[in-house]
Design a protein around this ligand. Structure first.
Ligand SMILES: NC(=O)c1ccc[n+]([C@@H]2O[C@H](COP(=O)([O-])OP(=O)(O)OC[C@H]3O[C@@H](n4cnc5c(N)ncnc54)[C@H](OP(=O)(O)O)[C@@H]3O)[C@@H](O)[C@H]2O)c1
Length: 348
């Protein structure tokens, strides 16, 4: 099969579009013919060498978010047939024992992630545990399905399991055009919350309104804290859901209401953050909460919510652009340039 892999760390030139052996399933696995793979920030962070997940090795095939059709089923797999349309949970927590990918399910240690440390979807085919496939209903395209796993699960886990967002609350979400935030805005609206969204351009702010944000601000030109206070009548927001990290951390902290929570799941702009006033933190009873990895049992219910949301028109799978697999370098550059809203897809 054709795959896009790299043997060394570096710029786009390290990506090689080449032939590799087809994967062979274990008894509890299936091999998926990949129809679409969504890019994630991790793809470029690891290729550039800016960050590597524990267990990352070279050569590496990236691509965490895979949708396609079942091509080959393992000997012990009864629930899937060739031709079934599936989307895949890329986190190897909760994998059945007869899968080749079993034994890497420690959420806080040895956690296998397809496309993170295991071979992923930048390829014509991908080996996945049968237990981690979910049926794609007819009304959802495989391209729409590929936009889902990592970012919707990350956003859902952060907003609800970690942050406990409630219907009558206000939440501020940064980088509105990023995969995680496109999901977060829609999930927060679905839950009945009021959403304040910020982004790096006016055009992205406008798009955020289209997917449900109640209030939007350009965070490069606007005063984030002043705006959050104005919009909430001087109260502040109940929650900030942030994955931008360094760049917007102080503004986020000072935008919180009394008892507010800053829920963080990423560090796109940097890993260091300064608390300018511990007094402000403790006096107002603020919480800073890291959002740990989502759990395997979160995929099914959230996938059902997403599919129902697409059917009713309440939710959208926001696809920014699609590239042939051979043009993965151009797709990754678009991500590095932050020149996108929603998900960038590769089509093997
Ligand atoms: N904890 C987890 O389980 C988990 C899972 C998935 C992802 N993540 C993390 O979540 C983050 C987002 O992932 P993603 O795939 O959604 O990323 P993404 O789509 O690539 O979006 C990242 C966005 O961050 C914003 N940004 C970058 N530098 C900035 C700066 N200096 N100031 C303000 N905004 C800045 C940009 O938005 P603008 O264009 O608006 O400036 C950019 O589009 C990443 O850090 C990723 O590692 C964590």
């Amino acid at each position: 099969m054709k795959a896009m892999l790299y043997h060394r760390i570096g710029g786009p030139e390290v990506l090689e579009y080449t032939d590799v052996p087809d994967p062979v399933p274990g008894p509890g696995d299936v091999v998926v013919d990949v129809a679409a793979t969504a890019l994630n920030r991790l793809d470029v962070l690891q290729r550039n060498g800016w960050y590597h997940m524990d267990g990352f090795t070279l050569p590496h095939i990236a691509g965490m978010d895979i949708a396609g059709t079942v091509a080959v089923v393992g000997a012990a797999v009864a629930e899937w047939q060739p031709g079934d349309r599936v989307v895949v949970d890329p986190s190897m927590a909760g994998v059945r024992d007869d899968s080749k990918l079993a034994g890497m399910g420690d959420l806080y240690g040895d956690l296998g992630i397809l496309g993170g440390i295991l071979d992923g979807g930048y390829a014509e085919r991908c080996l996945v545990p049968a237990s981690h496939c979910y049926q794609v209903p007819d009304h959802v395209s495989l391209e729409e399905a590929a936009t889902f796993p990592t970012v919707w699960l990350t956003a859902g886990h952060a907003l609800f399991a970690t942050g406990g967002l409630a219907a009558d609350e206000t939440v501020m979400i940064h980088a509105a055009g990023s995969g995680v935030s496109v999901a977060g805005i829609q999930l927060a609206k679905h839950a009945g919350a009021t959403v304040l969204a910020t982004a790096g351009t006016d055009a992205k702010c406008e798009r955020a309104t289209e997917i449900g944000a109640d209030h939007v601000l350009n965070n490069r030109t606007g005063d984030v804290t002043g705006w959050a206070m104005e919009v909430t009548g001087g109260r502040g927001v109940d929650m900030v859901f942030d994955h931008v990290g360094t760049a917007l951390f102080p503004q986020s902290l000072f935008s919180l209401a009394i008892g507010g929570r800053l829920v963080n799941c990423g560090n796109a702009s940097g890993d260091e953050a300064t608390i300018a006033s511990l007094g402000h933190l403790f006096h107002n009873g603020l919480s800073i909460i890291g959002s740990d990895p989502y759990r395997p049992d979160e995929m099914g219910p959230l996938w059902d919510t997403f599919c129902a949301g697409l059917a009713s028109g309440e939710m959208r799978a926001v696809i920014d652009s699609q590239y042939p697999l051979a043009e993965a370098a151009a797709a990754q550059q678009k991500m590095l340039d932050s020149d996108f809203f929603g998900k960038i897809l590769l089509r093997p």
